[in-house]
Write a new protein. Structure first.
Length: 367
């Protein structure tokens, strides 16, 4: 077990256990507290040997339970491109631990930065800490600048703010001033770095993007799968600790290529399905090819096609199964998501005939 996934505060462990054991007592509210419940509280506090008094526990628990009872999902505002993700039945863009999964070169990085930028544009109290582990800061910066300006900046050797209108210039400066890109990820300092970025950018809320899980180097004394499982668990804990002021963590992950030997969709980890609040799967159209070794025909993703499908495979607080269609353009931006399949088991629309190998079907994708 790695250091960052260990509990560092024994009292925190005890208090969490205390909440679990005492919460049933307060389900009926303050009216449910009587002499008998006082005795139950004293007994449990004594068994856990905490430094808390019974009175302290009462005040703390009642406050927490009332806060939890009044909690409502508050999705982040987004523009027209991604507004489908915040349909009332889904409310996906919220404070949560969100995994975006796909095959290599399917557009994971582009959709992460495009979605994060869209959130920044509509939520000015939000910063973006992006761990670009796959690409250099230069490449990631160029892609982000392309998405902001709507023009492919890789085709230009230089970018000059003077090319923009005064309003566009201010918008670019505002967005870039709330973005920090790093090429290295240290799980032991990630939470501290997030807090510092918020302070530097003058924001209360933060988006943390990690591109991507399977590229993080494994220590020589660690088993790869166990190490990645620890990372996923730790990210979930960090998101929960930062959530009170506002925090989304986007984790990018590759899919498993061998679906026949494993029940896990995500490569090198079995914890993403367990720990993520939301899982979004990305894929392109399919095409038929002839395997040169076996001579058999197989269906594979056609990455030359700009069409992408976005599917909700997990949503802890809402519906799942909906699938949207979008297209990626030369500036790494996406067209507005349009619903193509609505709910697990629902029939797909006529323009997405599952018998047509050039169209998309999740069940046919061979990893």
């Amino acid at each position: 077990m790695t250091d960052y996934s260990k509990k560092t505060n024994i009292e925190q462990d005890k208090s969490e256990d205390l909440y679990k054991r005492l919460e049933p007592i307060f389900k009926k509210g303050i009216a449910g507290v009587n002499d008998r419940t006082f005795g139950d509280i004293e007994r449990i506090v004594g068994e856990l040997k905490t430094d808390w008094t019974t009175e302290h526990v009462l005040v703390k628990l009642i406050d927490d339970i009332e806060r939890i009872a009044s909690y409502t999902i508050k999705p982040y505002a987004v523009g027209d491109t991604f507004k489908g993700l915040n349909d009332p039945d889904y409310s996906l863009i919220r404070d949560a631990f969100i995994t975006i999964g796909a095959e290599a070169n399917a557009g994971k990085s582009s959709i992460l930065t495009a979605l994060s930028l869209d959130i920044l544009k509509h939520n000015r109290d939000t910063a973006f800490l992006f761990y670009s582990l796959d690409d250099s800061i230069y490449l990631s910066g160029k892609r982000i600048l392309s998405q902001i300006t709507g023009e492919n900046q890789f085709k230009s050797s230089s970018f000059n703010l003077a090319m923009l209108s005064e309003q566009e210039e201010q918008e670019v400066k505002n967005l870039l001033g709330r973005i920090v890109i790093k090429e290295r990820l240290n799980m032991n300092t990630l939470e501290l770095e997030a807090v510092k970025v918020k302070e530097i950018c003058g924001c209360n809320k933060i988006i943390i993007g990690i591109d991507y899980l399977q590229i993080i180097p494994t220590p020589p004394d660690m088993i790869r799968r166990e190490y990645y499982n620890d990372i996923v668990k730790a990210l979930k804990e960090i998101q929960k600790r930062l959530e009170p002021t506002g925090c989304i963590i986007f984790l990018l992950s590759q899919f498993n290529r061998d679906t026949e030997s494993t029940t896990h969709r995500y490569r090198e980890t079995s914890e993403i399905e367990n720990q993520s609040d939301v899982c979004l799967d990305i894929a392109g159209k399919l095409k038929k090819i002839k395997d040169p070794d076996t001579g058999k025909t197989k269906i594979i993703p056609d990455m030359d096609d700009n069409t992408r499908r976005v599917k909700v495979s997990k949503n802890k607080l809402g519906k799942k199964g909906r699938q949207w269609k979008t297209e990626i353009n030369a500036a790494f931006n996406f067209t507005a998501l349009t619903v193509q399949r609505d709910g697990e088991g629902d029939s797909i629309t006529a323009d997405d005939d599952k018998n047509n190998p050039e169209n998309f079907d999740w069940d046919k994708v061979k990893k």
